[in-house]
Design a protein around this ligand. Structure first.
Ligand code: F0G
Length: 474
Protein backbone atom coordinates (compact mmCIF):
# COMPACT_ATOMS: atom_id res chain seq x y z
CA UNK A 1 0.00 0.00 0.00
CA UNK A 2 2.70 2.39 1.10
CA UNK A 3 4.54 1.99 -2.21
CA UNK A 4 1.40 2.35 -4.26
CA UNK A 5 0.74 5.78 -2.83
CA UNK A 6 4.20 7.22 -3.14
CA UNK A 7 4.70 9.63 -5.97
CA UNK A 8 1.55 8.56 -7.81
CA UNK A 9 0.08 11.98 -8.30
CA UNK A 10 -2.73 11.04 -10.60
CA UNK A 11 -3.86 8.05 -8.60
CA UNK A 12 -7.62 7.84 -8.28
CA UNK A 13 -9.33 7.90 -4.93
CA UNK A 14 -8.45 6.02 -1.83
CA UNK A 15 -11.00 4.49 0.45
CA UNK A 16 -11.59 6.37 3.70
CA UNK A 17 -9.15 5.53 6.52
CA UNK A 18 -12.04 5.65 9.03
CA UNK A 19 -15.55 4.25 9.43
CA UNK A 20 -18.76 5.97 10.45
CA UNK A 21 -19.89 5.73 14.06
CA UNK A 22 -22.45 8.52 14.30
CA UNK A 23 -24.50 10.05 11.50
CA UNK A 24 -26.15 13.39 10.82
CA UNK A 25 -29.23 13.06 8.58
CA UNK A 26 -29.40 15.25 5.46
CA UNK A 27 -32.64 16.78 4.23
CA UNK A 28 -33.51 16.35 0.58
CA UNK A 29 -35.19 19.37 -1.03
CA UNK A 30 -37.13 19.95 -4.24
CA UNK A 31 -35.91 22.27 -6.95
CA UNK A 32 -38.84 24.60 -6.20
CA UNK A 33 -37.76 24.81 -2.55
CA UNK A 34 -34.18 25.57 -3.53
CA UNK A 35 -35.13 28.24 -6.06
CA UNK A 36 -37.18 29.96 -3.36
CA UNK A 37 -34.45 29.56 -0.71
CA UNK A 38 -31.87 31.11 -3.05
CA UNK A 39 -34.15 34.02 -3.86
CA UNK A 40 -34.70 34.64 -0.14
CA UNK A 41 -30.95 34.43 0.47
CA UNK A 42 -30.36 37.24 -2.02
CA UNK A 43 -28.31 34.91 -4.29
CA UNK A 44 -25.63 34.77 -1.61
CA UNK A 45 -24.83 31.23 -0.46
CA UNK A 46 -23.70 32.58 2.93
CA UNK A 47 -27.29 33.60 3.61
CA UNK A 48 -28.85 30.17 3.06
CA UNK A 49 -30.10 28.20 6.03
CA UNK A 50 -28.12 25.02 6.41
CA UNK A 51 -31.30 22.93 6.67
CA UNK A 52 -31.87 23.82 3.01
CA UNK A 53 -28.41 22.63 1.95
CA UNK A 54 -27.81 19.03 0.87
CA UNK A 55 -24.04 18.96 0.45
CA UNK A 56 -22.35 21.85 2.18
CA UNK A 57 -19.07 22.80 0.52
CA UNK A 58 -19.20 26.42 1.67
CA UNK A 59 -16.10 25.93 3.73
CA UNK A 60 -13.81 23.40 5.38
CA UNK A 61 -13.64 25.73 8.37
CA UNK A 62 -15.09 24.33 11.57
CA UNK A 63 -17.16 21.86 9.55
CA UNK A 64 -14.93 18.85 10.15
CA UNK A 65 -15.85 15.53 11.76
CA UNK A 66 -14.07 14.93 15.05
CA UNK A 67 -12.73 11.48 15.89
CA UNK A 68 -13.83 9.30 18.79
CA UNK A 69 -10.65 10.35 20.59
CA UNK A 70 -11.57 14.02 20.19
CA UNK A 71 -15.16 13.51 21.38
CA UNK A 72 -13.86 11.58 24.38
CA UNK A 73 -11.39 14.32 25.18
CA UNK A 74 -14.21 16.88 25.47
CA UNK A 75 -15.19 15.29 28.77
CA UNK A 76 -11.78 16.07 30.19
CA UNK A 77 -12.30 19.79 29.63
CA UNK A 78 -11.02 21.75 32.60
CA UNK A 79 -13.22 24.84 32.60
CA UNK A 80 -11.19 26.75 35.18
CA UNK A 81 -10.85 30.43 34.30
CA UNK A 82 -7.12 30.34 34.84
CA UNK A 83 -4.58 27.56 35.11
CA UNK A 84 -6.75 25.14 33.13
CA UNK A 85 -5.16 21.72 32.54
CA UNK A 86 -6.79 21.77 29.11
CA UNK A 87 -4.75 24.85 28.22
CA UNK A 88 -1.51 23.12 29.18
CA UNK A 89 -2.38 20.06 27.08
CA UNK A 90 -3.19 22.31 24.13
CA UNK A 91 -0.04 24.37 24.65
CA UNK A 92 2.10 21.22 24.76
CA UNK A 93 0.59 19.95 21.51
CA UNK A 94 1.36 23.23 19.72
CA UNK A 95 4.87 23.35 21.16
CA UNK A 96 5.59 19.81 20.02
CA UNK A 97 4.04 19.87 16.54
CA UNK A 98 4.59 23.52 15.51
CA UNK A 99 7.84 23.88 17.41
CA UNK A 100 6.95 27.30 18.83
CA UNK A 101 7.57 28.00 22.54
CA UNK A 102 4.94 30.70 23.18
CA UNK A 103 1.27 29.97 22.54
CA UNK A 104 -1.76 32.23 22.84
CA UNK A 105 -5.22 30.70 22.25
CA UNK A 106 -7.85 32.74 20.40
CA UNK A 107 -11.49 32.11 19.55
CA UNK A 108 -10.50 31.50 15.91
CA UNK A 109 -7.91 32.53 13.32
CA UNK A 110 -8.96 36.14 12.88
CA UNK A 111 -8.65 36.66 16.64
CA UNK A 112 -4.97 35.81 16.30
CA UNK A 113 -4.67 38.00 13.18
CA UNK A 114 -6.19 40.90 15.06
CA UNK A 115 -3.80 40.59 18.00
CA UNK A 116 -0.72 40.14 15.82
CA UNK A 117 -1.62 43.02 13.49
CA UNK A 118 -2.29 45.39 16.38
CA UNK A 119 1.05 44.57 18.01
CA UNK A 120 3.37 44.62 15.03
CA UNK A 121 1.82 46.89 12.37
CA UNK A 122 2.08 50.67 12.56
CA UNK A 123 0.41 53.35 10.45
CA UNK A 124 1.94 53.40 6.96
CA UNK A 125 3.64 50.00 7.22
CA UNK A 126 3.74 47.56 4.34
CA UNK A 127 2.95 43.87 4.81
CA UNK A 128 4.07 41.73 1.86
CA UNK A 129 2.26 38.42 1.51
CA UNK A 130 1.72 35.51 -0.88
CA UNK A 131 -1.75 36.63 -2.00
CA UNK A 132 -4.29 38.26 0.26
CA UNK A 133 -6.76 36.47 2.48
CA UNK A 134 -9.93 38.38 3.32
CA UNK A 135 -9.73 38.59 7.13
CA UNK A 136 -5.92 38.74 7.20
CA UNK A 137 -5.77 41.77 4.90
CA UNK A 138 -8.66 43.42 6.73
CA UNK A 139 -6.79 43.23 10.05
CA UNK A 140 -3.57 44.46 8.46
CA UNK A 141 -5.45 47.46 7.05
CA UNK A 142 -7.33 48.14 10.29
CA UNK A 143 -3.95 48.35 12.02
CA UNK A 144 -2.79 50.96 9.49
CA UNK A 145 -0.82 48.68 7.19
CA UNK A 146 -0.96 48.08 3.46
CA UNK A 147 -0.89 44.59 2.01
CA UNK A 148 1.38 44.04 -1.01
CA UNK A 149 0.98 40.86 -3.04
CA UNK A 150 4.31 39.09 -3.64
CA UNK A 151 3.12 35.69 -4.82
CA UNK A 152 4.58 34.31 -8.07
CA UNK A 153 2.69 35.30 -11.25
CA UNK A 154 1.78 31.67 -11.93
CA UNK A 155 -0.60 31.78 -8.95
CA UNK A 156 -2.88 34.20 -10.76
CA UNK A 157 -3.22 31.91 -13.78
CA UNK A 158 -5.78 29.17 -13.19
CA UNK A 159 -4.29 26.95 -15.91
CA UNK A 160 -0.63 27.07 -14.92
CA UNK A 161 0.36 23.73 -13.40
CA UNK A 162 3.35 24.94 -11.38
CA UNK A 163 3.72 22.43 -8.49
CA UNK A 164 4.21 25.18 -5.89
CA UNK A 165 1.91 27.94 -7.03
CA UNK A 166 1.88 29.43 -3.53
CA UNK A 167 5.56 30.37 -3.70
CA UNK A 168 6.75 33.86 -2.89
CA UNK A 169 8.33 35.76 -5.79
CA UNK A 170 11.66 36.73 -4.27
CA UNK A 171 12.21 39.67 -6.62
CA UNK A 172 8.77 41.09 -5.80
CA UNK A 173 9.43 40.59 -2.09
CA UNK A 174 12.81 42.30 -2.19
CA UNK A 175 11.36 45.20 -4.15
CA UNK A 176 8.53 45.59 -1.62
CA UNK A 177 11.01 45.62 1.28
CA UNK A 178 13.40 48.05 -0.41
CA UNK A 179 10.63 50.42 -1.55
CA UNK A 180 9.00 50.59 1.89
CA UNK A 181 12.28 50.47 3.79
CA UNK A 182 12.84 47.41 6.01
CA UNK A 183 11.90 49.40 9.12
CA UNK A 184 8.38 49.82 7.64
CA UNK A 185 7.94 46.10 7.00
CA UNK A 186 6.85 44.63 10.36
CA UNK A 187 6.78 41.13 8.92
CA UNK A 188 6.25 39.14 5.76
CA UNK A 189 3.04 37.16 5.80
CA UNK A 190 3.49 33.69 4.29
CA UNK A 191 0.42 31.50 3.98
CA UNK A 192 0.65 27.71 3.90
CA UNK A 193 -1.31 26.79 1.71
CA UNK A 194 -2.65 29.78 -0.23
CA UNK A 195 -6.41 29.72 0.10
CA UNK A 196 -7.36 32.34 -2.50
CA UNK A 197 -5.06 30.79 -5.13
CA UNK A 198 -6.91 27.48 -4.81
CA UNK A 199 -5.15 25.87 -1.86
CA UNK A 200 -1.73 26.00 -3.51
CA UNK A 201 1.43 25.02 -1.61
CA UNK A 202 4.77 26.70 -0.94
CA UNK A 203 7.96 24.65 -1.33
CA UNK A 204 10.57 24.23 1.39
CA UNK A 205 13.14 25.61 -1.01
CA UNK A 206 11.09 28.78 -1.35
CA UNK A 207 10.60 29.08 2.41
CA UNK A 208 14.37 28.82 2.92
CA UNK A 209 14.99 31.52 0.33
CA UNK A 210 12.36 33.81 1.87
CA UNK A 211 13.99 33.29 5.26
CA UNK A 212 17.42 34.26 4.04
CA UNK A 213 16.09 37.30 2.18
CA UNK A 214 14.25 38.43 5.31
CA UNK A 215 17.37 37.84 7.40
CA UNK A 216 19.33 40.05 5.01
CA UNK A 217 16.97 42.94 5.80
CA UNK A 218 16.18 42.05 9.41
CA UNK A 219 12.51 41.46 8.63
CA UNK A 220 10.35 38.94 10.52
CA UNK A 221 8.23 36.18 9.00
CA UNK A 222 4.80 35.36 10.38
CA UNK A 223 3.14 32.44 8.70
CA UNK A 224 -0.55 31.90 8.30
CA UNK A 225 -0.27 28.20 9.11
CA UNK A 226 -3.98 27.53 8.69
CA UNK A 227 -3.66 24.69 6.16
CA UNK A 228 -0.01 23.87 6.74
CA UNK A 229 -0.60 20.11 6.96
CA UNK A 230 -1.90 20.10 3.40
CA UNK A 231 1.20 22.09 2.45
CA UNK A 232 3.40 19.43 4.07
CA UNK A 233 1.61 16.74 2.08
CA UNK A 234 2.39 18.51 -1.21
CA UNK A 235 6.02 18.88 -0.19
CA UNK A 236 6.19 15.17 0.57
CA UNK A 237 4.55 14.36 -2.75
CA UNK A 238 6.30 16.85 -5.03
CA UNK A 239 9.51 18.29 -3.67
CA UNK A 240 12.53 16.11 -4.49
CA UNK A 241 14.18 14.64 -1.42
CA UNK A 242 11.04 14.66 0.72
CA UNK A 243 9.40 11.41 -0.42
CA UNK A 244 10.63 9.40 2.52
CA UNK A 245 10.01 12.00 5.21
CA UNK A 246 7.04 11.98 7.54
CA UNK A 247 4.40 14.71 7.47
CA UNK A 248 5.33 15.52 11.07
CA UNK A 249 8.94 16.17 10.11
CA UNK A 250 8.11 18.28 7.05
CA UNK A 251 5.51 20.20 9.01
CA UNK A 252 8.02 21.10 11.68
CA UNK A 253 10.61 22.15 9.11
CA UNK A 254 8.11 24.46 7.39
CA UNK A 255 7.39 26.26 10.63
CA UNK A 256 11.07 26.43 11.53
CA UNK A 257 11.47 29.25 8.99
CA UNK A 258 8.93 31.46 10.80
CA UNK A 259 9.25 33.82 13.74
CA UNK A 260 5.72 32.92 14.57
CA UNK A 261 2.37 31.99 13.11
CA UNK A 262 -1.33 32.64 13.26
CA UNK A 263 -3.58 29.63 12.87
CA UNK A 264 -7.26 29.08 12.29
CA UNK A 265 -7.46 25.69 13.99
CA UNK A 266 -10.88 25.17 12.42
CA UNK A 267 -9.12 23.71 9.38
CA UNK A 268 -5.99 21.56 9.89
CA UNK A 269 -6.77 20.61 13.49
CA UNK A 270 -10.14 19.01 12.60
CA UNK A 271 -12.18 20.87 15.22
CA UNK A 272 -15.25 23.10 15.08
CA UNK A 273 -13.81 26.21 16.71
CA UNK A 274 -10.44 27.59 17.81
CA UNK A 275 -7.30 29.35 16.76
CA UNK A 276 -4.02 30.57 18.13
CA UNK A 277 -0.99 32.78 17.79
CA UNK A 278 2.36 31.11 18.38
CA UNK A 279 5.72 32.81 18.42
CA UNK A 280 9.38 32.42 19.26
CA UNK A 281 9.57 36.01 20.45
CA UNK A 282 8.97 36.60 24.17
CA UNK A 283 8.28 40.30 23.73
CA UNK A 284 5.54 39.67 21.17
CA UNK A 285 4.11 36.98 23.46
CA UNK A 286 3.90 39.39 26.40
CA UNK A 287 2.27 42.08 24.24
CA UNK A 288 -0.17 39.53 22.84
CA UNK A 289 -1.33 38.48 26.31
CA UNK A 290 -2.05 42.13 27.18
CA UNK A 291 -4.32 42.53 24.17
CA UNK A 292 -5.77 39.07 24.66
CA UNK A 293 -7.36 39.96 27.98
CA UNK A 294 -9.08 42.92 26.30
CA UNK A 295 -10.34 41.21 23.16
CA UNK A 296 -10.42 37.43 23.65
CA UNK A 297 -10.12 36.33 27.27
CA UNK A 298 -7.60 35.24 29.87
CA UNK A 299 -4.40 33.78 28.29
CA UNK A 300 -5.35 30.29 29.53
CA UNK A 301 -8.46 30.12 27.36
CA UNK A 302 -8.53 33.04 24.90
CA UNK A 303 -12.21 32.74 24.00
CA UNK A 304 -12.27 28.94 23.99
CA UNK A 305 -13.87 26.51 26.41
CA UNK A 306 -11.59 24.04 28.16
CA UNK A 307 -13.22 21.25 26.15
CA UNK A 308 -12.42 23.06 22.89
CA UNK A 309 -8.75 23.12 23.83
CA UNK A 310 -8.89 19.38 24.62
CA UNK A 311 -10.34 18.55 21.20
CA UNK A 312 -7.71 20.79 19.65
CA UNK A 313 -4.86 19.10 21.49
CA UNK A 314 -5.96 15.70 20.14
CA UNK A 315 -6.66 17.06 16.64
CA UNK A 316 -3.19 18.58 16.39
CA UNK A 317 -1.74 15.10 16.72
CA UNK A 318 -4.27 13.42 14.41
CA UNK A 319 -3.78 15.98 11.63
CA UNK A 320 -0.18 14.97 10.99
CA UNK A 321 -0.92 11.25 10.55
CA UNK A 322 0.24 10.36 7.06
CA UNK A 323 -2.73 8.14 6.14
CA UNK A 324 -5.24 10.76 7.24
CA UNK A 325 -3.81 13.66 5.26
CA UNK A 326 -3.14 11.55 2.19
CA UNK A 327 -6.78 10.54 2.01
CA UNK A 328 -7.93 14.09 2.65
CA UNK A 329 -5.96 15.61 -0.22
CA UNK A 330 -6.67 12.74 -2.62
CA UNK A 331 -10.41 12.96 -1.96
CA UNK A 332 -10.30 16.61 -3.02
CA UNK A 333 -8.22 15.72 -6.07
CA UNK A 334 -10.63 12.92 -7.02
CA UNK A 335 -13.44 15.45 -7.37
CA UNK A 336 -11.20 17.70 -9.45
CA UNK A 337 -10.24 14.83 -11.73
CA UNK A 338 -13.88 14.00 -12.43
CA UNK A 339 -14.56 17.60 -13.43
CA UNK A 340 -11.45 17.83 -15.57
CA UNK A 341 -12.41 14.65 -17.38
CA UNK A 342 -15.68 16.36 -18.36
CA UNK A 343 -13.86 19.46 -19.61
CA UNK A 344 -15.00 21.75 -16.78
CA UNK A 345 -12.55 24.64 -16.24
CA UNK A 346 -11.06 24.45 -12.73
CA UNK A 347 -7.91 25.74 -11.06
CA UNK A 348 -4.99 23.43 -11.70
CA UNK A 349 -3.30 21.71 -10.07
CA UNK A 350 -6.11 20.89 -7.65
CA UNK A 351 -5.11 22.24 -4.25
CA UNK A 352 -5.45 20.95 -0.72
CA UNK A 353 -8.85 21.92 0.58
CA UNK A 354 -11.18 22.22 -2.34
CA UNK A 355 -11.86 22.33 -6.04
CA UNK A 356 -12.11 25.83 -7.45
CA UNK A 357 -14.30 26.35 -10.52
CA UNK A 358 -12.87 28.93 -12.90
CA UNK A 359 -15.96 31.12 -13.29
CA UNK A 360 -14.32 33.44 -15.82
CA UNK A 361 -13.91 30.57 -18.26
CA UNK A 362 -17.03 28.69 -17.16
CA UNK A 363 -19.18 31.79 -17.80
CA UNK A 364 -17.11 33.43 -20.51
CA UNK A 365 -20.17 35.39 -21.68
CA UNK A 366 -20.14 37.47 -18.46
CA UNK A 367 -18.04 40.48 -17.54
CA UNK A 368 -16.33 40.38 -14.13
CA UNK A 369 -18.53 43.30 -12.97
CA UNK A 370 -21.47 40.93 -13.45
CA UNK A 371 -20.02 38.73 -10.71
CA UNK A 372 -19.79 35.41 -12.56
CA UNK A 373 -18.56 33.37 -9.58
CA UNK A 374 -21.37 34.61 -7.37
CA UNK A 375 -23.88 33.71 -10.11
CA UNK A 376 -22.37 30.26 -10.63
CA UNK A 377 -22.44 29.48 -6.90
CA UNK A 378 -26.12 30.46 -6.79
CA UNK A 379 -26.97 28.33 -9.83
CA UNK A 380 -25.15 25.31 -8.39
CA UNK A 381 -27.19 25.48 -5.23
CA UNK A 382 -30.49 25.64 -7.13
CA UNK A 383 -29.43 22.71 -9.32
CA UNK A 384 -28.54 20.15 -6.66
CA UNK A 385 -28.51 21.71 -3.19
CA UNK A 386 -24.70 21.93 -3.27
CA UNK A 387 -23.40 25.03 -1.51
CA UNK A 388 -20.11 26.57 -2.64
CA UNK A 389 -18.57 29.98 -2.04
CA UNK A 390 -17.68 32.90 -4.29
CA UNK A 391 -13.99 33.80 -4.29
CA UNK A 392 -13.74 36.54 -6.87
CA UNK A 393 -14.71 40.16 -7.36
CA UNK A 394 -17.24 40.14 -4.51
CA UNK A 395 -14.80 38.67 -1.95
CA UNK A 396 -12.07 40.97 -3.15
CA UNK A 397 -14.03 44.11 -2.22
CA UNK A 398 -13.35 47.70 -3.20
CA UNK A 399 -10.17 49.69 -3.18
CA UNK A 400 -10.50 51.92 -0.10
CA UNK A 401 -8.86 54.85 -1.93
CA UNK A 402 -10.70 54.81 -5.27
CA UNK A 403 -13.95 53.05 -4.33
CA UNK A 404 -13.60 50.84 -7.42
CA UNK A 405 -14.02 47.09 -7.28
CA UNK A 406 -10.77 45.17 -7.09
CA UNK A 407 -10.62 42.93 -10.15
CA UNK A 408 -8.73 39.81 -9.07
CA UNK A 409 -7.42 37.70 -11.93
CA UNK A 410 -9.02 34.69 -10.29
CA UNK A 411 -12.80 34.64 -10.34
CA UNK A 412 -13.63 31.37 -8.63
CA UNK A 413 -16.30 29.25 -7.01
CA UNK A 414 -14.78 27.26 -4.21
CA UNK A 415 -16.12 23.79 -3.50
CA UNK A 416 -14.44 23.19 -0.17
CA UNK A 417 -14.34 19.68 1.22
CA UNK A 418 -14.78 19.37 5.00
CA UNK A 419 -12.47 16.82 6.62
CA UNK A 420 -13.79 13.28 7.18
CA UNK A 421 -17.40 14.37 6.49
CA UNK A 422 -18.57 13.39 3.00
CA UNK A 423 -18.34 10.08 1.15
CA UNK A 424 -17.35 9.42 -2.43
CA UNK A 425 -21.05 9.17 -3.35
CA UNK A 426 -21.49 12.76 -2.22
CA UNK A 427 -18.56 13.71 -4.41
CA UNK A 428 -20.34 12.02 -7.35
CA UNK A 429 -23.46 14.12 -6.78
CA UNK A 430 -21.35 17.28 -6.78
CA UNK A 431 -19.47 16.31 -9.94
CA UNK A 432 -22.67 15.37 -11.79
CA UNK A 433 -24.30 18.68 -10.90
CA UNK A 434 -21.33 20.81 -11.97
CA UNK A 435 -21.05 18.92 -15.26
CA UNK A 436 -24.79 19.34 -15.86
CA UNK A 437 -24.56 23.09 -15.23
CA UNK A 438 -21.58 23.34 -17.54
CA UNK A 439 -23.88 22.11 -20.32
CA UNK A 440 -26.36 24.90 -19.44
CA UNK A 441 -23.75 27.60 -18.87
CA UNK A 442 -24.98 30.06 -21.49
CA UNK A 443 -28.27 30.30 -19.55
CA UNK A 444 -26.59 31.60 -16.38
CA UNK A 445 -27.07 35.37 -16.05
CA UNK A 446 -24.91 37.87 -14.17
CA UNK A 447 -25.92 39.49 -10.88
CA UNK A 448 -26.08 42.99 -9.44
CA UNK A 449 -25.95 44.22 -5.85
CA UNK A 450 -29.14 45.13 -4.06
CA UNK A 451 -27.29 45.52 -0.73
CA UNK A 452 -23.56 46.02 -0.30
CA UNK A 453 -21.94 46.23 3.16
CA UNK A 454 -18.71 48.20 3.55
CA UNK A 455 -16.40 45.56 5.01
CA UNK A 456 -16.02 41.88 4.07
CA UNK A 457 -19.05 42.38 1.86
CA UNK A 458 -19.20 38.79 0.60
CA UNK A 459 -20.56 37.60 3.94
CA UNK A 460 -23.83 39.57 3.90
CA UNK A 461 -24.30 41.22 0.49
CA UNK A 462 -27.54 40.60 -1.43
CA UNK A 463 -27.96 40.35 -5.19
CA UNK A 464 -30.50 39.89 -7.97
CA UNK A 465 -30.14 38.31 -11.41
CA UNK A 466 -29.68 40.73 -14.31
CA UNK A 467 -32.35 38.86 -16.27
CA UNK A 468 -34.80 36.03 -15.63
CA UNK A 469 -33.23 32.62 -16.25
CA UNK A 470 -34.33 28.98 -16.11
CA UNK A 471 -31.29 28.17 -13.92
CA UNK A 472 -32.89 30.12 -11.07
CA UNK A 473 -36.46 28.96 -11.69
CA UNK A 474 -38.39 26.10 -10.04
N1 F0G B 1 -6.33 32.46 7.17
C1 F0G B 1 -6.78 31.65 6.20
C2 F0G B 1 -5.86 31.17 5.12
C3 F0G B 1 -8.12 31.25 6.21
O1 F0G B 1 -8.56 30.45 5.26
C4 F0G B 1 -8.97 31.72 7.25
C5 F0G B 1 -10.37 31.36 7.27
C6 F0G B 1 -8.44 32.57 8.22
C7 F0G B 1 -7.12 32.91 8.15
C8 F0G B 1 -9.29 33.13 9.32
O2 F0G B 1 -9.59 32.17 10.23
O3 F0G B 1 -12.08 31.87 10.06
O4 F0G B 1 -10.80 30.97 11.99
O5 F0G B 1 -11.14 33.39 11.75
N2 F0G B 1 -10.94 30.84 6.29
C9 F0G B 1 -12.31 30.38 6.24
C10 F0G B 1 -12.57 29.84 4.88
C11 F0G B 1 -13.32 31.37 6.69
O6 F0G B 1 -13.73 29.47 4.63
O7 F0G B 1 -11.66 29.75 4.06
P1 F0G B 1 -10.98 32.10 11.05
Amino acid sequence: MENLWKGDQRMARLAEPYKIKSVEPLRMTTRAERAEAMRQAGYNTFLLRSKDVYIDLLTDSGTNAMSQAQWSALMLGDEAYSGSESFFRFEAAVQEVYGMPYVVPTHQGRGAEHILSQILIHQGDVVPGNMYFTTTREHQELAGGRFVDVIIDEAHDSQNVHPFKGNVDLAKLEQAIVEAGPEHVPYVSVALTVNMAGGQPVSLENLRAVRSLCDKYGVKIYMDATRAVENAFFVQEREPGNEGRSIREIFLEQLSYADGCTVSAKKDAIVNIGGFLATRDEETFEAAKELLVVFEGFPHYGGLAGRDMEALAVGIHEMIEDSYIRHRVLQVRGLGDRLLAAGVPIVQPVGGHGVFLDAKRFLSHLDQEQMPAQALAAALYVDAGVRGMERGVVSSGRDHATGENHHPKLELVRLTIPRRVYTESHMDVVADSVVHLYGQRSEIPGLQFVFEPKRLRFFTARFEPLRPSPVFEA
